[in-house]
Design a protein around this ligand. Structure first.
Ligand code: TRP
Ligand code: ZN
Length: 474
């Protein structure tokens, strides 16, 4: 869903700039191209692929949880953007057995994470086509020295399977156009042996009993970036929280911690109400936490079902991952050097929840403490990070300060209007720093470009703007 969302015209015509001459010549054989192996991400050149746009994934997995083996059949419905002789998917590890395109056997090659598919007949621009890939093996999560705190993708630990992929790991368990600019909807059909339970993104629409095995069908009806797909398999209880917003709140907890975690997450509904009032209606049908029975030192905002290490089940982290559902998930970063757009927003919104409960002075004092720390540490600018700084202090805390500085500069009322406008405009798609600045300029009716750029890109931390609040910074 990258290029054109929901318009009933062909991409070939609709993606032409307005005023360009119509493309009228039918593609001859020579015009078919080989789809690119990446979408040009500045940090991950091989993530995503060129030439087509995925609309829907149906991932059908049979999982032997005791041995960590999977047999998969993934069906991908896409639209060709260019006339294609071949195209790529991303898949790391596993053994591919068969590939068909529109039901006909296709040939394929593998090289690293690139799965190249050559359909038996080429695809015309604008054509809808279905790719079907069967595969099997034990998924291997990606260990990357730049992101040492996590093995990205499909993890197996103490009899539990959980998927945490940001940024690259989705390709460890299904073939995918693995870049946020190509969001799609998903159906996840996962079969496991009893008594395992499967939780995944979206809504549990069906549970099929086969005797000693069960299939859980999960439907993610709104567009989702691949790094936000998740599956959790193991011994979990589903705990529903009363919801006042019409959103289903369902958590998945290890049975022996269920009471304590039910308490810890009991105000999720109140948080959902707070963020919905502040930002606009919650963008998905359900929300909840899946808490692992062991510590992880991280949590991840997997869409509609955030994953938490047992050590991360706190109110602050809950607010952070919930806030990501608006910023990060519904509105997603356009490229991986702009993680501040995800993390700066979630960090600042987490503080706004605390401000809501504890007051403006609490927020201001906290923000100024971080400012002093960023200043003392000479923390670099968050706006264009490299692979090692994707989830650095700068991205979280200088990122949060970009928003606080904007708020001090334009006042609370305009700032709220900014958050709502930015969310509504880019929901279900991606946004860049440029988009962020453009909306700030528009809503404030001022040219804030230099001001915001200095907060986002300058090596030195800019001075705190004179705000409407006066609180001594010691
Ligand atoms: N986005 C996570 C957060 O809420 C941090 C993170 C990045 C992460 N990559 C991850 C967590 C991979 C788990 C796995 O701040
Ligand atoms: Zn985050």
């Amino acid at each position: 869903m990258a290029c054109l969302m929901g318009l009933a015209v062909t991409l070939l015509v609709a993606c032409q700039p307005i005023g360009a001459p119509p493309l009228s010549t039918p593609a001859s054989v020579e015009e078919f191209i080989e789809g690119a192996s990446g979408v040009g991400d500045p940090i991950f050149p091989l993530l995503g692929n060129g030439g087509y746009d995925v609309q829907h994934y149906t991932i059908d997995l049979s999982v032997d949880a005791a041995r960590n083996e999977i047999a998969g059949a993934t069906t991908i419905r896409s639209e060709a953007i260019h006339p294609l002789r071949s195209f790529h998917l991303d898949l790391a590890g596993l053994k591919v057995e068969e590939v068909t395109v529109n039901g006909a056997q296709a040939s394929f090659e593998r090289s690293g994470q690139e799965l190249t598919i050559i359909p038996s007949s080429p695809l015309n621009a604008g054509a809808l086509f279905t790719t079907f890939v069967t595969y099997a093996g034990t998924p291997t999560p990606i260990e990357d020295a730049d992101l040492g705190f996590v093995a990205q993708g499909w993890n197996w630990r103490d009899g539990v399977i959980f998927v945490v992929s940001e940024p690259q790991g989705a390709m460890t368990w299904y073939p995918v156009n693995n870049h946020p600019i190509d969001k799609a909807t998903y159906t996840l059909r996962i079969t496991v042996e009893e008594p395992n339970v499967v939780a995944a993104n979206g809504v549990l629409v069906e549970e099929i009993d086969h005797g000693d095995r069960r299939t859980f069908v999960w439907e993610m009806a709104q567009p989702m970036a691949s790094y936000l797909t998740t599956v959790v398999i193991g011994d979990f209880v589903r705990v529903e929280e009363t919801a006042s917003t019409g959103v289903t709140i369902r958590h998945y907890f290890p049975p022996r911690y269920a009471d304590q975690l039910t308490q810890a997450f009991a105000n999720t509904d109140e948080m959902l109400t707070f963020y919905s009032d502040l930002l606009g209606t919650y963008p998905f049908d359900a929300y909840g936490a899946a808490v692992m029975p062991f510590p992880l030192s991280f949590a991840l905002e997997t869409q509609t079902l955030s994953i938490f290490g047992l050590d991360m089940a706190t109110e602050g982290v809950n607010a952070h991952e919930l806030a990501h559902q608006w910023f990060g998930n519904a509105v997603t970063l356009a490229s991986w050097n702009q993680t501040w757009l995800n993390e700066g927003f979630a960090t600042y919104l987490q503080r706004l929840w605390l401000e809501h409960k504890l007051g403006r002075e609490f927020l201001e004092t906290g923000m100024r403490r971080y400012y002093a720390m960023l200043s003392a540490m000479k923390t670099p600018a968050p706006g264009n990070v490299d692979a090692r700084s994707l989830f650095s202090l700068s991205v979280y805390e200088r990122g949060a300060w970009v928003l606080h500085a904007l708020r001090l500069r334009i006042g609370d009322e305009r700032f709220r209007q900014f958050l709502r406008t930015y969310f509504t405009r880019f929901k279900d798609g991606v946004a860049s720093t440029e988009d962020f600045i453009a909306v700030a300029n528009e809503v404030s009716e001022q040219d804030l470009t230099d001001f915001l750029q200095s907060w986002i890109y300058d090596e030195n931390l800019p001075p705190i703007p004179e705000g409407t609040v006066s609180i001594s910074s010691d």
